[in-house]
Write a protein that binds this ligand. Structure first.
Ligand SMILES: NC(=O)c1ccc[n+]([C@@H]2O[C@H](COP(=O)([O-])OP(=O)(O)OC[C@H]3O[C@@H](n4cnc5c(N)ncnc54)[C@H](O)[C@@H]3O)[C@@H](O)[C@H]2O)c1
Ligand SMILES: O=P(O)(O)OC[C@H](O)CO
Length: 333
C-alpha cells in the first residue's frame, strides 16, 4: 500500500488527504495547530477550513513531523507559497530516500520567482525525477464534498506522475498525467492573479463580457509567458490552464476572486485581506509573475494592472480604462 504524508492542514492539504484516503492510500496529515489536528483525528472535521464536511476514516492527523514522514512514498505540501521555503527546510533529513515530493501549491516565490516544485527541489536536494505538482480546477470545498472533479498530475518522470495519480484516483476524483511541469505549475499560480482581476471587475459591477475578456486575455498572457519559459502549448487549453481559470474566476468559493471583489467594491487591500478567509496566493504572486515576465521580456499587461491595483497606486477604474485603451493590435501576435 502506498504511504503518503501531506504537510499543511489547511483547506487544500486536508481535502487532498481525504482524496488520498478515499483512494485507498495510507495517509498522514501534518498540521501545526494541535486543536485542528485533534478535531481532524477525533471528530473527522475541520470546521475552520472546510466547514460541515465529514472527513473519511483513515487520515492519521498529527503534529509530529517525524510520524508524518516516516516511510512515506509521497510527500505532498500545501502551505502558503511565500512561507513554504522556511516551513519545510528543517524537514530535509526526514524526507525518505526515493519519496516523490508533490507541490499542491499555486504560487511563485517573490524575489527568486521560483515555482514551488523548484523550491522543494532546492531545499530538499531533489532532482526532477522526484518532483511532481497537482493543479487543476480544484476548489477544496467542492472536492471535500466529493463532487466529481478532474486534475493534472505533472512530473517530468512518468513513474512519479503515475504513482501520485494512482494514489488519488477514486469514484469522484480523476487525475490526468502530464510531463509539462513548467506549464502546469505556471498556470496554477498565474490564474490566481487573473482571478483577482476578475474579482475586481465583478466588484465594480461589470458583467459577463468583462469577465470573459479578462479570462481570455489572461489566458493569452499566461500562454505567452509559459511558452517563453519552456512550457508546452497544449497545457494552456487543458485542465490546469483554461479549466482552472474557469473554476477560480467564476466561483465565489475562490479566495482570490473574493479578495478582488472586495477591492472592486472600494475596500483597501488590508481590508480585503481581513475579509477573505484563507490564503489568497494571487496577492504576492502577481508581483512575482511580474518579475518573472520582466526577466523573460514578456508583456503581461493584466498582471501589471493587478499589481498596480493591489498596491493602490491608481484607482481601479483608471487601471481598467488604461488596459482597454492600450495601443490596438492583432488578437494573435
Ligand atoms: N483551497 C483550495 O481550494 C486550493 C486548491 C488547490 C490549491 N490550493 C493551494 O494550496 C496552497 C494552500 O492553500 P490552502 O487552501 O490549504 O490554504 P489555507 O489558508 O486554508 O491553509 C494554509 C495552511 O498552512 C498552514 N501554515 C501556515 N504557516 C505555517 C507554518 N509556519 N507552519 C505550518 N503550517 C503553516 C496554516 O496553518 C494552514 O493550515 C495554496 O498555495 C493554494 O493556492 C488551494
Ligand atoms: O480559493 P482559491 O482562489 O485559492 O482557488 C482555489 C483553487 O486553486 C481552485 O482551483
Amino acid at each position: 500500500m502506498t504511504r503518503a504524508a501531506v504537510l499543511g492542514a489547511g483547506a487544500w492539504g486536508t481535502t487532498f488527504a481525504a482524496v488520498m484516503a478515499d483512494a485507498g492510500t495510507d495517509v498522514r496529515l501534518w498540521g501545526r495547530d494541535a486543536e485542528v489536528v485533534r478535531s481532524i483525528r477525533d471528530d473527522r472535521l475541520h470546521d475552520r477550513a472546510i466547514p460541515g464536511v465529514e472527513l473519511p476514516e483513515g487520515i492519521l492527523a498529527t503534529t509530529d513531523i517525524e510520524e508524518a514522514l516516516t516511510d512515506a512514498d509521497i510527500v505532498a505540501v500545501a502551505v502558503p507559497a511565500q512561507h513554504m521555503r522556511d516551513i519545510v527546510t528543517p524537514f530535509r533529513d526526514l524526507v525518505p530516500d526515493g519519496a516523490v515530493a508533490v507541490s499542491l501549491m499555486k504560487g511563485i516565490e517573490l524575489g527568486t520567482h521560483a515555482r514551488m516544485s523548484e523550491v522543494l527541489g532546492d531545499v530538499w536536494g531533489l532532482g526532477p525525477e522526484r518532483l511532481a505538482v497537482v493543479s487543476g480546477p480544484n476548489l477544496a470545498r467542492e472536492i471535500a464534498q466529493r463532487q466529481p472533479t478532474a486534475t493534472v498530475i505533472a512530473s517530468p518522470d512518468a513513474e512519479a506522475a503515475e504513482l501520485v495519480a494512482a494514489s488519488t484516483a477514486s469514484s469522484y476524483f480523476r487525475p490526468y498525467t502530464n510531463d509539462d511541469l513548467v506549464g502546469v505549475e505556471l498556470c496554477g499560480a498565474y490564474k490566481n492573479v487573473i482571478a483577482v482581476g476578475v474579482g475586481i471587475t465583478d466588484g465594480l459591477g461589470f458583467g459577463h463580457n468583462t469577465t470573459a475578456t479578462v479570462i481570455t486575455r489572461g489566458l493569452a498572457e499566461i500562454t505567452r509567458l509559459g511558452l517563453a519559459i519552456g512550457a508546452r502549448p497544449e497545457t494552456f487549453s487543458g485542465l490546469a490552464g483554461m479549466g482552472d481559470l474557469i473554476a477560480t474566476c467564476a466561483s465565489p468559493l475562490s479566495r482570490n476572486h473574493t479578495l478582488g471583489a472586495h477591492l472592486g467594491r472600494g475596500r483597501t487591500l488590508d481590508e480585503a485581506l481581513a475579509l477573505t478567509t484563507g490564503t489568497a496566493e494571487g496577492v504576492k504572486t502577481a508581483a512575482a509573475v511580474q518579475q518573472l515576465a520582466g526577466d523573460a521580456e514578456v508583456d503581461v499587461p493584466i498582471c501589471d494592472g493587478v499589481v498596480t491595483m493591489l498596491a493602490g497606486e491608481a484607482p481601479v477604474e483608471a487601471v481598467i480604462e488604461s488596459l482597454i485603451t492600450r495601443p490596438r493590435k492583432a488578437e494573435v501576435d
